[in-house]
Design a protein. Structure first.
Length: 320
């Protein structure tokens, strides 16, 4: 059982507050809950909501003490621009020193930043406040164009629904792709959402017409079993390689070939978890060529050998 403490700093956004329970609470491992999710706040009781204009306030009964027992601490978005209470700062710093995984949803990144946990790290937040985060905390590498950023033991998400993407990522990290995919089916969301926050940032109208590369990405995902070059992608998109790379990076936060490698490794994960196929067959099915290539890329990107990954998350979990 993985213990999660969700920290609400008023005025709290009710949608953000609901996401961890919705996603993590639906994760089942061998038929048992994978997470225990508890809410907490600096002053238990009625907590002001950012949705108060709709007549909504929240009652949270747990205080900061539960942070000490948590494996993961999730700070949800807040509408406050006031300095963080020193008691909260110290609690977050203690949790980080105790090697807890620290997570923020939406503007929760500002709390982690005030606690000094994001200095020298990459992070993201709601795009409307990304410039503010960069201005107030120049030591942070703010990435406003992605859905979430994982930097060591700290994970930050972009605005609103990006918290769903981040929580699904946590499930995949903790229990593997098969469990995360089942959670996605239960909650009727995409297991991995293509693109990034940049899709939702307003752009001039001249840049918005017919510029989505989603059909190209869908085509590539259907053909992961064969080599796909940058030149072929550019031909299919009717673009030059340079223009394709620029557009692709704007939509996904990465280059076409790096994105393609991510998809191949994601497919390899699923096959390692749900089949007994030999490494050579998995490598061929994912377009990685050989078992040696699979091992090299898998270890480089995921930090573990394919065989070790299969031992941790593999065939025995296929019947969850």
């Amino acid at each position: 059982m993985h213990h999660v403490a969700v920290l609400a700093l008023p005025p709290v956004t009710a949608f953000d507050l609901a996401i961890p329970g919705l996603i993590l609470g639906n994760a089942r491992v061998d038929g048992a809950p994978g997470y225990e999710v508890k809410l907490c706040t600096p002053r238990p009781g009625t907590v002001a909501s950012a949705d108060a204009a709709q007549g909504l306030d929240l009652v949270i009964r747990q205080g900061l003490g539960i942070l000490r027992q948590a494996d993961t601490i999730i700070v949800v978005g807040s509408g406050s621009r006031e300095p963080l209470d020193p008691v909260v700062i110290r609690a977050l710093q203690r949790a980080h020193k105790a090697c807890r995984r620290m997570v923020s949803l939406c503007t929760g990144a500002f709390a982690l930043a005030q606690a000094g946990l994001l200095e020298g790290r990459g992070a993201t937040t709601f795009w409307l406040r990304a410039d503010e985060l960069r201005s107030r905390f120049p030591a942070i590498e703010v990435r406003p164009d992605v859905l979430f950023v994982e930097d060591g033991s700290i994970v930050t998400s972009a605005g609103v629904a990006a918290g769903i993407d981040l929580c699904l990522h946590l499930v995949m990290r903790d229990y593997g792709a098969a469990v995360a995919n089942e959670v996605a089916r239960m909650t009727v969301v995409a297991p991995v959402r293509a693109g990034g926050q940049a899709q939702f940032i307003p752009r001039p109208a001249s840049q918005q017409r017919g510029d989505s590369l989603a059909p190209l990405r869908e085509w590539a995902c259907r053909h992961l079993d064969r080599p796909i070059s940058l030149a072929e992608l550019a031909r299919r998109a009717h673009l030059s390689e340079r223009t394709l790379t620029r557009k692709f990076r704007a939509e996904t936060g990465t280059s076409p070939l790096q994105w393609l490698l991510q998809q191949r490794l994601g497919r390899a994960r699923e096959l390692l978890e749900t089949t007994a196929l030999p490494m050579e067959r998995i490598a061929e099915s994912c377009g990685l060529g050989s078992a040696d290539s699979l091992r090299q890329h898998f270890a480089g990107r995921i930090g573990i050998a394919p065989a070790a990954y299969r031992a941790a998350f593999g065939h025995a979990r296929a019947n969850l």
